[in-house]
Design a protein around this ligand. Structure first.
Ligand SMILES: Cc1ncc(C[n+]2csc(CCOP(=O)(O)OP(=O)(O)O)c2C)c(N)n1
Length: 157
């Protein structure tokens, strides 16, 4: 999914591709390597991809890792992949979640326009860190330690 999105953006400077990636899909080898494609995007010649990573805590019948690690870990991971991630965590109030998501999408579009604007005016010498949104709908903050332990690997003695 993400590699197709980057493929669509290449040589298409006015295109914005919003690529929604599931936490299960994110664990597959091809997707896991595709995060690095942001390094091949030239903000003068290419369009921009906005990845939206959906942490819904489901992947067929297993819990996905990205939904299970501590909140700051996915943020550090995607910073390391040269993104500027913004986390939207949905609480029980779904209307509030819509509001946070709308704000995050507006922020991301503004950041992308800024990056495009700067690239037009200057030499393309600094590799930009493009925005991405991580939408956490897993309610994991409400999960008890016992519930988390139930999914932890069995200790080997
Ligand atoms: C390239 C590739 N590898 C593996 C699979 C097998 N597969 C089917 S669904 C799925 C996980 C889907 O989980 P997620 O993306 O979180 O979607 P959700 O179940 O939350 O809708 C995987 C790994 C696939 N379809 N394609």
């Amino acid at each position: 999914m993400l590699s197709h999105s980057y493929g669509a953006a290449l040589d298409n400077p006015n295109l914005l591709v919003i690529s929604v990636v599931g936490d299960g899909e994110a664990e597959t080898g091809p997707l896991a390597t595709s995060w690095h494609l942001n390094k091949f995007i030239n903000p003068q010649r290419d369009g921009i991809v906005l990845p939206v990573l959906l942490l819904n805590d489901y992947k067929i019948n297993n819990p996905p890792l990205l939904s299970r690690i501590e909140e700051e870990e996915p943020l550090s991971l995607f910073k390391g992949y040269s993104y500027e991630p913004r986390l939207v965590a949905t609480e029980e109030d779904i209307m509030q979640a819509h509001q946070y998501m709308a704000e995050a999408m507006s922020w991301a579009v503004e950041r992308m326009l800024e990056i495009k604007g700067t690239a037009k005016k200057s030499d393309f010498s600094i590799r930009p860190h493009y925005p991405m949104v991580i939408l956490d709908s897993s309610y994991r903050k409400a999960l008890s330690p016992d519930f988390r332990r139930a999914f932890a690997p069995e200790p080997t003695s």
